[in-house]
Design a protein around this ligand. Structure first.
Ligand code: SME
Length: 163
C-alpha cells in the first residue's frame, strides 16, 4: 500500500515539494509510462484540493498534430485535441503554461466537464519535444496561481523522463 499525503497545514510550495517527491518515489525504476502517469494523476488528486479533473494528454510518436487523452481522475473527457486548440492544445503549441482564471473567457476552451471554471495546463517537455500536457480543472474560478503553476511545472520537469 502507498500512503502518500501532504503534511497537515503545509503551504502550497511545500505541498508541491512533497507532491514532486512522492511522484519521483512512485515512478522510480518503473519504465511503463501509462502506469507512471496514472499514479501521478492519483497523487495530484490526493495532494490538491478543489479539483474536478486532473490528468494527462499525450503526444503520440508519429502524430505531432494531436493530443490524445491519457490517465486521469475525473469525468470522461474528450479524447483528441488538435495542437493549438483549447487550453491544452495552446499549452502544447506555445510550450507555455496556461493558467486560466475563467475558462469561459478563454477563446476556444473545450468544455469536457460543465463544472470546470478555471484550468491550469503545463507542457511536459523531453529532449526539446512536448510529449504531454498535465491538465488540472477546478470548479472554482481562479483556483490556480503562480505557486500552482510553478509546482506543476516542477512536477512536469521531474517526470518528463518517466512518462
Ligand atoms: N478544457 C480543456 C480540455 C480538456 S478537459 O478540461 C479535461 C481544453 O480546453 O483544452
Amino acid at each position: 500500500m502507498f500512503d502518500f499525503a501532504p503534511g497537515a497545514g503545509a503551504h502550497k510550495p511545500e505541498i508541491y515539494r512533497e507532491l514532486v517527491a512522492a511522484a519521483l518515489a512512485l515512478t522510480d525504476a518503473e519504465p511503463d509510462a501509462v502506469a507512471n502517469m496514472a499514479n501521478c494523476a492519483a497523487l495530484i488528486a490526493t495532494f490538491l484540493s478543489d479539483l474536478n479533473w486532473a490528468g494527462f494528454y499525450r503526444v503520440i510518436p508519429g502524430n505531432p498534430d494531436e493530443l490524445v487523452l491519457g490517465p486521469f481522475i475525473g469525468k470522461p473527457a474528450c479524447i483528441r485535441i488538435t495542437i493549438g486548440q483549447g487550453v491544452c492544445g495552446t499549452a502544447a503549441a506555445t510550450r507555455q503554461t496556461q493558467c486560466v482564471a475563467d475558462v469561459h473567457a478563454f477563446p476556444g476552451h473545450i468544455a469536457c466537464d460543465a463544472d470546470s471554471r478555471s484550468e491550469l495546463v503545463v507542457p511536459v517537455i523531453r529532449d526539446g519535444q512536448v510529449v504531454a500536457v498535465i491538465d488540472l480543472d477546478s470548479p472554482l474560478p481562479a483556483r490556480f496561481d503562480t505557486d500552482d503553476a510553478a509546482g506543476i511545472e516542477a512536477l512536469a520537469a521531474a517526470i518528463a523522463g518517466r512518462i
